[in-house]
Each structure stands twice: as structure tokens, then as C-alpha cells.
Ligand binder design. Structure first.
Ligand code: LIP
Length: 261
């Protein structure tokens, strides 16, 4: 099953990599884009993945409002994470596929077709990059690179995000804004980066990437408890508990300890 899912994800990646002539539209706010390739790839992934496991349900960024079921299998999919990058030809995008089993993350895949990189994980079975086992870094805070964003889709929350960056920057090595949560969490799982924070992400952005982080020995949390697998959530992730607690403390301080939406 693992190999067959990875094959489907990689096949969808070839379609995204070779796409041309796609249209770009706004979804809600001016900054929230959707391309015809997002929609086309979600249709492909929905068809192929639900056929793999008859009776499985599907939650996709571009589709209906399905929820992770407490029994059986649910796919949680972002057909192109980093749509703004994709629409501009910036080769940092992630096709993110998570398979939930009885309400918990079971398998996760994040594939960047432009770098031919696939992060993957199986619950209890470890995390991988192109089939090779990976582990988060052991860097202490002063040597950490943090991936983050400043809430592009809800810019009213940006000031708090900027303040988190302003406070973390002197404590760590540097900050990166790559524009795809899924790939940034994949980079955390392989030890390329060490911290991650966004105040508002959707389950399809982070479900696969957080399983990779956890199976690679990292940790994650929401702002006031666990991340939510069915609703948009803040996401704080790190290479170890100590660094996560430091980042979480700054985030909770800047957002009064609760999600601002
Ligand atoms: C994107 C995330 C990114 C976030 C963007 C956007 P999308 O997902 O991966 O980290 O900062 O605002 O949510 O919308 O391109 O699938």
C-alpha cells in the first residue's frame, strides 16, 4: 500500500511539473490563489487514492468539507501546497497526501516534483527522504533556522507573526519563508531546518508534514493544545521539546495563549 500511494503521488507530481497553460484565480482574498492545476490534480488524486481503499473518505483543499472520520480511512490532501510559488514558477511546492486511520495520522507523503524530493512517514515506522531514513537535527536554539510565514491570507494577524519573528531572530541563527508548509515540515524532518511556526494553516497543509516530523524524532503542538486535524490551526514544530517550548512561549505571549480566529 505504501509503495502504491507513493507511486500515485509521484505520478501526480509529473503532471504538476509539466503543467502549462493553467489558469490562476483568487479564492476569497486577493492573496489566496487557486490554479486550474490545483483543481485538476485534486480530481486525479481523489480518484486514484479513494480507489486504492474502497470506502475511504477524502478531505481536499479544493473540494468539499469532509472531515477526518474516527473509524476507517480518510485522505487529507493538498494537491499543490505553495500555490503562489507554483503560479509564479518558483520551484518550491509540495503535493501533500496524508492517510488517516481511525482518526489518527497513519501515513504521510510530501512530494516536490521540481526537486524530485519525497518526504514520507508511516506511524511507528520512521520518516524518510527519497526512501532514506531521516532524523531531525540536534541543533541548539542559537544554531536553529526557523521557517515561518506572516499570515498571507489573513493579514490582520500579520503584526503578531512579525513580532514572533522579531523576538525569535536574535535567539536563533536565521529565518526562512519558503512558502509551502508541507515542504518546510519535510525540511524539518530531515534536519535541514529546525523550527516551524505559522499562526493559521489548514489540515491539508500540515497533516502529512507533521507525521514526518514526529516520525523523524521531532515534536509539534498547537497554541492551546494539539493541532486540529479538521479545522485551521496554529502550528509550532521543532527538532526537540526544549526549542519547541521556547518558540511556543513566544507565540502564546504574542497571541494571548489562544488562536486569534
Ligand atoms: C500555503 C502554505 C504556506 C502558507 C500560505 C499558504 P497553499 O498553502 O503552505 O505555508 O504560508 O499562506 O497557506 O494555500 O499554497 O496550499
Amino acid at each position: 500500500m505504501f509503495g502504491r500511494i507513493e507511486d500515485i503521488v509521484r505520478t501526480s507530481g509529473k503532471r504538476v511539473r509539466d503543467a502549462s497553460g493553467f489558469t490562476v484565480e483568487n479564492k476569497g482574498t486577493r492573496e489566496n490563489l487557486v490554479t486550474s492545476m490545483d483543481i485538476e490534480n485534486e480530481i486525479f488524486l481523489r480518484r486514484e487514492l479513494t480507489s486504492l481503499i474502497p470506502g475511504s473518505t477524502f478531505m481536499g483543499e479544493e473540494g468539499d468539507d469532509a472531515r477526518v472520520s474516527d473509524e476507517g480511512y480518510t485522505w487529507v490532501v493538498d494537491p499543490i501546497d505553495g500555490t503562489a510559488n507554483f503560479s509564479r514558477g518558483i520551484p518550491m511546492v509540495g503535493i501533500s497526501v496524508a492517510l488517516f486511520k481511525d482518526g489518527e495520522p497513519h501515513m504521510g507523503f510530501v512530494h516536490n516534483p521540481f526537486t524530485d524530493t519525497t518526504y514520507s512517514a508511516v506511524a511507528g515506522g520512521g520518516a524518510f527522504r527519497n526512501g532514506e531514513r531521516v532524523h531531525v537535527s540536534d541543533r541548539e536554539l542559537a544554531d536553529c533556522i526557523m521557517c515561518t510565514a506572516w499570515c498571507t491570507y489573513e493579514k490582520s494577524m500579520a503584526p503578531g507573526c512579525f513580532r514572533v519573528s522579531e523576538r525569535m531572530h536574535p535567539m536563533c541563527n536565521d529565518i526562512r519563508r519558503i512558502g509551502t508548509a508541507a515542504v518546510e515540515l519535510g525540511l524539518l524532518s530531515e534536519g535541514a531546518v529546525d523550527l516551524y511556526f505559522e499562526i493559521r494553516l489548514s489540515p491539508w497543509d500540515y497533516s502529512a508534514g507533521l507525521l514526518c516530523v514526529k516520525e523523524a524524532g521531532g515534536c509539534y503542538t498547537g497554541i492551546d493544545g494539539d493541532v486540529d486535524w479538521n479545522e485551521p490551526s496554529p502550528v509550532i514544530a521543532a527538532n526537540n521539546e526544549s526549542n519547541m517550548e521556547t518558540l511556543l512561549g513566544v507565540v502564546r505571549d504574542e497571541f494571548d495563549g489562544k488562536r486569534p480566529y
